[in-house]
Design a protein around this ligand. Structure first.
Ligand code: ATP
Length: 342
């Protein structure tokens, strides 16, 4: 039985369509990530699951029960926000046990559980301090401990790492996933960072303009994007124009076998699948050392390609690629730029 299901959720804010007929399903114990550009409706969907927003149409099921008309506090969820939402005048311990006390737990039992959770997020010893004396990463860990302390099986996380610097956020990502997995919780996590989604998720739900574009594992959305938008949003692939006629695709001046109807196409090719060596003639236009690899822009047959390589290259080069890695999409009627943009 899926732990969370939304059935045909629609939500408008005046003229703005925030969600349009959104149906998703998240299994018990799954770490799901809602991924998409700013304004695509991720937070609205999360708040609808939490009960903070009421949908105009559709419903929410948690553990198979319809909770659409239940208030947030009766849905058995833990909520973790971007801005921590801590109480500044309460001690770390009081913040950590707040949710439990609000649910009627006695202070001593609440303190015992809160101390355990604080130790889990490595904040033991700071129980008597005020949250303002903690670093951003520690404040977010405190918010995590408060949500865990409630004993909720469903964690909703709204951009919980985006206020933190990159290194701390990356460490906390690993901890978050570990804690959720160790405790067998179900998590729904909102982010606009594809890297964060790839690192955290069992299941990625890619959204755009209030609609779900694709649902899949990180490998599925990366290797088999459902459409050009998903292809462009996950990673920074090359899009190569191709013309198909009589089972042959003309692409970068080559003719490749392609069992597709005649027409114009855009072929997606990941940067790491372009190799220097024998093949198509090209010219290096720019290169930038990124640390473990160099990022190149090369021009081949009038098209610019991005290449990721550990080799040092300049001037005239040749590039090759495995044609099985090409994914063809029909050239979009409204143009490639419009199709890729939010
Ligand atoms: P971000 O990553 O920027 O937080 P998001 O994908 O979470 O974006 P939402 O916050 O869900 O997007 O917003 C979806 C759309 O609904 C946006 O156009 C937003 O302006 C609009 N919207 C959201 N909440 C409200 C509100 N309370 N009143 C009016 N419009 C709203």
């Amino acid at each position: 039985m899926p732990s969370v299901e939304t059935k045909g959720i629609s939500k408008n804010f005046g003229p703005v369509v925030a969600l349009e007929n959104v149906s998703i399903s998240i299994a018990d114990g799954e770490y799901a990530v809602l991924l998409g550009p700013s304004g695509c409706g991720k937070t609205t969907l999360l708040k609808t699951i939490a009960g903070i927003n009421k949908p105009d149409a559709g419903g929410v099921l948690i553990n198979g029960s319809d909770v659409t008309d239940l208030p947030p506090e009766d849905r058995g969820i833990g909520f973790i926000f971007q801005n921590y939402a801590l109480f500044p005048h309460m001690s770390v311990l009081d913040n950590a046990r707040y949710g439990l006390m609000a649910r009627g737990s006695d202070p001593a039992t609440a303190a015992k559980i809160a101390r355990e959770m604080l130790s889990l997020v490595m904040l033991e010893g700071r129980e008597g301090d005020l949250p303002t004396t903690l670093s951003g990463g520690m404040q977010q860990r405190l918010a995590v401990s408060r949500a865990l302390a409630t004993g909720s099986h469903l964690m909703l996380l709204d951009e919980p790492l985006s206020a933190l610097d990159a290194k701390i956020a990356s460490g906390l990502r690993v901890e978050l996933r570990r804690m959720v997995k160790e405790r067998g919780l179900t998590a729904i996590h909102v982010t606009h960072s594809q890297e964060e989604a790839m690192m955290l998720a069992d299941k990625i739900i890619v959204m755009r303009a209030g609609t779900v574009q694709q649902v899949g594992t990180p490998a599925e959305v990366y290797n088999n994007p459902a459409n050009l938008f998903v292809a462009g949003f996950i990673g920074e692939p090359n899009f190569i124009l191709a013309s198909v006629k009589h089972g042959k695709a003309e692409l970068l001046g080559r003719n490749l076998k392609a069992e597709l109807p005649d027409g114009e196409y855009v072929a997606m090719l990941r940067q790491e699948h372009v190799l220097f060596g024998s093949g198509v003639e090209a010219k290096v236009r720019s290169s930038r050392l990124m640390g473990p690899y160099t990022h190149y822009e090369v021009e081949a047959a009038g098209q610019v390609l991005k290449v990721r390589s550990r080799e040092q290259q300049a001037g005239s080069v040749r590039i090759s690629f495995d044609e099985n890695k090409l994914i063809f999409f029909p050239y979009p009627a409204r143009g490639l730029e419009a199709e890729l943009s939010i």
